[in-house]
Design a protein around this ligand. Structure first.
Ligand code: ARG
Length: 296
């Protein structure tokens, strides 16, 4: 079932099966990371401008930050000629189905032709780990994994952004395939081309958003399910990817350094922000949330 308006909501969060938090994080090395083409507005001025050594250092620091928080990093090697492969949130949607204790992934059907060859690397990786791997049929259209499809913390409920990289049809297929409810949020500002650029779940009752993206229906859906909605100001959201922050444990929030107002608001809401530097990856239109994949 796909929900697009608050009036359509016919269930409570407590009716939704609970799921355990994913305990591990998949990271892909930035070995071949670069900006070589433009598939989002952030990349436009940065073709050829990535400092490889700095990118490597920033990625290593991010990996170490996860390890320090007790989230086990699992590493996949980035492949040649796939400069965006480091953004490992996009090629799959990992899931844990509490009703049959199954863990698996749904493979993406990348909108961006430049990124389609990333998917087989992730297929191979998850197959070798013994996960159930699903391929969506062609008629499902575009689907960019956890760039757009985000689990509600602790519940078998999916938030689905659509408009740029993922279409509504994909969620119809995902909803059927996984037997899951999907709350669909429309995106229409090209700077915020994935849901994870403007919406970051923090815990079961809290979310960080950039409110400028969401129309009244979407905002009402967000307010319906979250008690605490932390808002990032426009400049931090647009230029520093404040809402591409990631809260791996319900408390700590890894967020691009310099998002001072957002950091203050997160602290006021009881969270512990951990500023990290992802400036090289911002050139490609990504930050923390895109650079990791939480898995069961
Ligand atoms: N250059 C990549 C793209 O446009 C960046 C992806 C960032 N990932 C994300 N989940 N927002 O696809």
């Amino acid at each position: 079932m796909i929900y697009q308006t608050p009036d359509a909501i016919d269930f409570r969060l407590s009716d939704v099966p609970s799921i355990p938090p994913p305990q591990r994080v998949l990271l892909t090395t930035p070995t071949h990371f670069d900006v070589q083409y433009v598939i989002n507005p952030h990349m436009a001025e940065h073709v050829g401008s990535v400092d490889t050594d700095t990118a490597h250092d920033q990625w290593t620091a991010l990996r170490d930050t996860y390890a320090d928080l007790g989230v086990d990093p699992e590493i996949l090697e980035g492949a040649e000629d796939l400069p965006d492969m480091v953004f490992c949130a996009n090629q799959t949607l990992p899931y844990y189905d509490p009703r049959n204790d199954e863990k698996g992934v749904v493979l993406s059907r990348m909108h961006a032709a430049e990124r389609q060859q990333e998917v087989p690397h992730y297929r191979e990786h998850f197959e070798s780990m013994g996960y159930t791997v699903h391929t969506l049929p062609e008629e499902a259209g575009d689907f960019e994994g956890m760039g757009d499809a985000i689990w509600h913390p602790g519940r078998y409920l999916l938030w689905g952004g659509y408009g740029f990289r993922t279409g509504l049809d994909a969620y119809r297929h995902v909803a059927d395939l996984l037997n899951v409810r999907v709350i669909a949020l429309e995106l229409d500002d090209p700077d915020f081309y994935h849901l994870d650029t403007c919406f970051s779940v923090l815990n079961a009752r809290s979310v960080l958003i950039y409110p400028g993206v969401f129309d009244d229906k979407s905002r009402a859906l967000i307010d319906h399910f979250f008690n605490t909605v932390v808002e990032a100001p426009e400049q931090e959201a647009r230029d520093l990817f404040a809402c591409n922050a990631h809260c791996p444990d319900g408390t700590h929030v890894l967020i691009q350094d310099g998002c001072d107002t957002t950091i203050k608001r997160l602290e006021d809401a009881g969270f512990t922000p951990i500023p990290v530097e992802t400036s090289e990856f911002l050139k490609a239109g990504g930050s923390v949330f895109c650079m990791k994949q939480m898995i069961w």
